[in-house]
Design a protein. Structure first.
Length: 163
């Protein structure tokens, strides 16, 4: 059997004001969310394609960071093998390519892009791509960082109120 009870201070007047703690939590959540968005921005810093990441407050303690960008979804989640057809008569593309991101568990974007001679084709069978899963990597990082940010914010509120 597990028994639990709340152990609190004997003098409730010595506590930090609830409003101060609440504001510290809100501020820490906003700052951490900005850090998450910065990490997402780093994943596309070498891209020519512009990706916008949003921050949406669900309530005063919850902020969602994400994007609705279709291409980012392909890079993040990967793609299965698929056929590519031309919009006109033929596809025109370069034969060489070096990816700007790598499925290696890093929040990064490197130099890369197209290279080699141009070729033409009526159709191409693309082998698909491995997902980079930046969302999972960033979530793992901030699962460790967020409690640290929260402790710092509450400690600062405590010092501000002389506790």
């Amino acid at each position: 059997m597990i028994s639990m009870s709340v152990i609190g201070p004997t003098n409730w007047g010595d506590l930090i004001p609830a409003g101060a703690i609440e504001q510290a939590i809100i501020n820490a959540t906003k700052m951490s969310s900005e850090g998450v968005r910065t990490d997402f921005d780093v994943t596309v810093q070498t891209w020519k394609h512009n990706v916008d990441f949003y921050m949406r407050a669900i309530d005063k303690f919850t902020i969602v960071v994400g994007t609705g960008d279709e291409i980012y979804g392909y890079v993040n989640n990967g793609t299965s093998a698929h056929d590519i057809f031309p919009r006109g008569k033929r596809l025109r593309f370069q034969t060489g390519y070096r990816a700007k991101t790598r499925p290696n568990g890093r929040i990064a974007s490197y130099g890369g892009g197209k290279s080699g001679p141009f070729v033409f084709a009526r159709k191409v069978r693309h082998p698909g791509t491995s997902g980079r899963f930046f969302n999972k990597i960033i979530a793992r990082k901030w699962k460790r960082q967020y409690p640290i940010q929260m402790r710092r914010a509450i400690r600062a509120a405590s010092k501000k109120h002389g506790k």
